[in-house]
Design a protein around this ligand. Structure first.
Ligand code: NAX
Ligand code: K
Length: 501
């Protein structure tokens, strides 16, 4: 189910597979897969296609040379810009070079201006794959920047050159990466294509396993999110039920000037199926949410925290009373999700962290990178440089299911299992969308979903709602968090219709 492999795991699979195959078989298969992916992007009359193939100094360059030879045999006008290895390379790369040299592909020493002056149909990027060790510099950087200015399709082999396969960060400092429209990745899918800068740079990702025997693939601890991971909790509703059957949610927040945040979370919880929703205010309570009068607005003081799933944090503020409320929520026996200001209060108070980590049932945390950085005592840049690793670290540290938000949201469990989400788009980069996510996950938990599945389904639905709204033209520019709520309701009901029992 959508496994993702680190580059170390890919190399181990490759070594085991290569041992049982003739020399160069995997590079030849990669070249064939690269050519097939390229042909899909070329017009039917291949002879009119001008293809620029960038071949780097390592085995990724070998894949590119194989691809170039296939495309030339298929009749395309192929130009190869070759960056020769600094030292002796593998026999398979030498064989790929020979095949390219004996094909009709033309080797040319093009500079940036010459590349920009030609109208290419397609660029094939085989500069670097999983062996990239430092930022692109000099002529390589100039080529990447020029290619990024072209209008044509760009197919990256294995991964966009310049990107870290494990983290999705552009290798820096001050690095550049090829901005691909398509990526065909070899042996197994890679986390770096799906989080951090990966989603922007990889384009459409296709996986070619190079016909490697399934026995060589060890079980993965990291996957792409998939409805299959949580679909068994999508249950059709029974007639003979009532509001008590679908759980209570209490959102704890609403300091002065921040009443919108708990209302967004509460409205989402209600519209995604929770039976009763309480909005608890740490300062003066609103008499009612006139836009959603079904919500029960109360002051937090005196509320019995044992009677609801708790969503603590939206607009909670940083007062000592807010901190006391969070401590009570942590001490309660109720399921707990902590977001926003609750995460900042936690970051500032090691005792609260210890209490959270000792909760018998654990908890769910939904930090954005800055909140995660505060909790981990590091910088945002350090979080973004290894989103999966940092989400896992935080999950282990606080014994919590961590939802690290951002492009390619990472969901990590305390045991190290992790998932990267595939839905969502930049429309979500606006105020209040985090409150909507926390209310949604809390609502699913109140309806009996385990925390892990509630987090997976929550981020999936939240992103899907944004994707649908953008398709309809309501974003990405100017979408508001509140608009997500009815779209989430539709997406959830559709999923229950398709998958529910
Ligand atoms: N090992 C495998 O699993 C397989 C690898 N294949 C391809 O081979 C790739 C990995 O090959 P390599 O390990 O040779 O790695 P790469 O081809 O990614 O590049 C490594 C080479 O580039 C140099 N280098 C790294 N960063 C540089 C920079 N910024 N500027 C200049 N030179 C730099 C290194 O010194 C080394 O010579 C994969 O991504 C894939 O495309 C495929 O042929 C199929 C099998
Ligand atoms: K590449």
């Amino acid at each position: 189910m959508n496994p993702l492999y680190s580059s170390a795991e890919i190399r181990a699979i490759e070594q085991a597979a290569a041992a049982a195959l003739p020399d160069g078989a995997l590079m030849q298969r990669a070249g064939q897969a690269g050519a097939n992916a390229a042909l899909d992007l070329l017009p039917f009359s291949t002879a009119n296609a001008k293809v620029l193939v960038l071949a780097g100094p390592g085995n990724n360059g070998g894949d590119a040379l194989e691809t170039a030879a296939h495309l030339a045999y298929a009749g395309a006008q192929v130009t190869i810009l070759h960056f020769p290895p600094q030292s002796e390379r593998s026999a398979e790369r030498a064989a790929a070079m020979q095949r390219a040299q004996t094909s009709d592909a033309r080797f040319a020493d093009l500079d940036a201006a010459a590349i920009a002056a030609t109208e290419w149909t397609l660029v094939v990027d085989g500069l670097f794959g999983i062996g990239l060790q430092r930022p692109l510099a000099g002529a390589l950087r100039a080529v990447a920047e020029t290619v990024n200015g072209l209008k044509c399709s760009v197919l990256s082999l294995d991964l966009p050159s310049g990107l870290d396969a494990d983290t999705g960060a552009i290798v820096g400092p001050d690095g550049v990466a090829i901005h691909a429209t398509h990526t065909v990745t070899f042996i197994g899918n890679k986390p770096g294509l799906h989080t951090c800068d990966g989603r922007d740079y990889a384009g459409l990702v296709d996986v070619s396993r190079l016909d490697i025997d399934a026995a060589h693939f060890a079980p993965a601890r990291l996957h792409l999110n998939d409805v299959k991971f949580f679909s068994r909790h999508l249950r059709a509703r029974r007639h003979n039920t009532h509001k008590g059957s679908y759980g209570n949610v209490a959102v704890i927040g609403g300091a002065q000037g921040m009443t919108g945040a708990p209302l967004l979370a509460s409205r989402t919880a209600l519209n995604s199926g929770a039976g009763r929703v309480y909005t608890l205010f740490v300062e003066d309570a609103l008499p009612c949410d006139f836009g959603q009068p079904e919500l029960m607005c109360r002051t937090a003081a005196g509320f019995d925290l044992e009677q609801a799933t708790l969503v603590a944090g939206p607009g909670l503020g940083a007062s000592p009373y807010a901190s006391d409320m969070l401590a009570s929520a942590i001490a309660s026996g109720s399921a707990l999700l902590a977001d926003a200001d609750a995460l900042n209060l936690l970051a500032a108070n090691p005792r609260l962290q210890t209490a959270l980590a000792q909760r018998p049932g654990g908890s769910v945390l939904t930090p954005h990178p800055l909140e995660a950085a505060r909790l981990l005592g590091c910088s945002i840049a350090e979080v973004q440089a290894d989103r999966v690793g940092m989400a896992r670290k935080l999950a282990a540290k606080l014994n919590a299911h961590v939802v690290l938000k951002g492009s390619g949201t990472v969901i990590a469990a305390p045991n190290g299992d992790a998932v990267i989400n595939t839905t969502g788009n930049p429309a979500l980069a606006t105020a209040g969308t985090g409150d909507v996510l926390s209310g949604l996950c809390g609502s699913l938990m109140a309806q009996g979903w385990p925390m892990w599945e509630a987090a997976l389904a929550g981020v999936w639905l939240h992103g899907m709602a944004a994707d649908v709204l953008v398709t309809e033209g309501a974003g990405p520019i100017g979408l508001t968090a509140g608009e997500l709520i009815p779209a989430i309701r539709v997406a959830l009901n559709r999923m229950v219709q398709h998958h529910g029992r």
